[in-house]
Design a protein around this ligand. Structure first.
Ligand code: SF4
Ligand code: SF4
Length: 191
């Protein structure tokens, strides 16, 4: 008797599903917005004048439990400067075959150089294609930014950059209104 009821209950599931509301996702034609704070592709951020925030300290690589990050720092010089201060990230790689999206790396970053975006479309058909380097991780240049290498803003120090008091490298800087608060940096990403 039990053997007879088993298949019947299975058909019952099929029958109920035939009348249930379809739950079809039409990806990639229709994309569902990600949840707030989604851990997607990483981004290496810039200061408002285009200099890179990464100082090549490797803290993100040491924090990564999956050993997915490889960093090689190098010295800035006055003739060739990529970031404020002494060092910059000359080589920066994230291996998305290893990354588990935990976000520990962005917590470890002392300059907020590294954040994560909503981009989850990281696919390829070979291993090398999923090792992202600076060309795919660096934030795009926004208006007022200049591609490094270039000097720091005249009269500013690396501390001014860290404190967020450096303005974009615009042609016609508008005089600062002391009654206005400094706007929050917009790096197009989130922690
Ligand atoms: S999100 Fe996690 S696994 Fe991925 S690179 Fe960062 S620390 Fe490593
Ligand atoms: S991303 Fe942040 S933690 Fe990683 S090397 Fe650059 S500055 Fe250091």
């Amino acid at each position: 008797m039990v053997e007879f009821l088993g298949p019947l209950s299975g058909f019952g599931v099929t029958f109920r599903t035939m009348f249930a509301k379809p739950n079809t996702e039409f990806y990639p034609e229709e994309k569902t917005p990600t949840a707030p704070g989604f851990h997607g592709r990483h981004q290496l951020n810039r200061y408002p004048d285009g200099l890179e925030k990464c100082i090549g300290c490797e803290l993100c690589a040491w924090a990564c439990p999956a050993d997915a990050i490889y960093v090689e720092g190098a010295d800035n010089t006055e003739a060739e400067r990529y970031s404020p201060g002494e060092r910059y990230g000359r080589v920066y790689q994230i291996n998305y075959l290893r990354c588990i999206g935990c976000g520990l790396c962005i917590e470890a970053c002392p300059t907020r150089a590294l954040t994560m975006t909503d981009d989850y479309e990281m696919v390829d058909d070979n291993r090398a294609g999923l090792i992202y380097e600076k060309d795919r991780l660096l934030a795009p240049l926004e208006p007022g930014m200049t591609e490094p290498p270039h000097p720091m803003q005249p009269g500013s120090t690396d501390k001014d950059y860290y404190l967020g008091t450096v303005r974009p490298d615009a042609e016609d800087p508008t005089p600062e209104d002391p009654t206005q608060e400094e706007p929050a940096p917009e790096d197009g990403s989130h922690a």
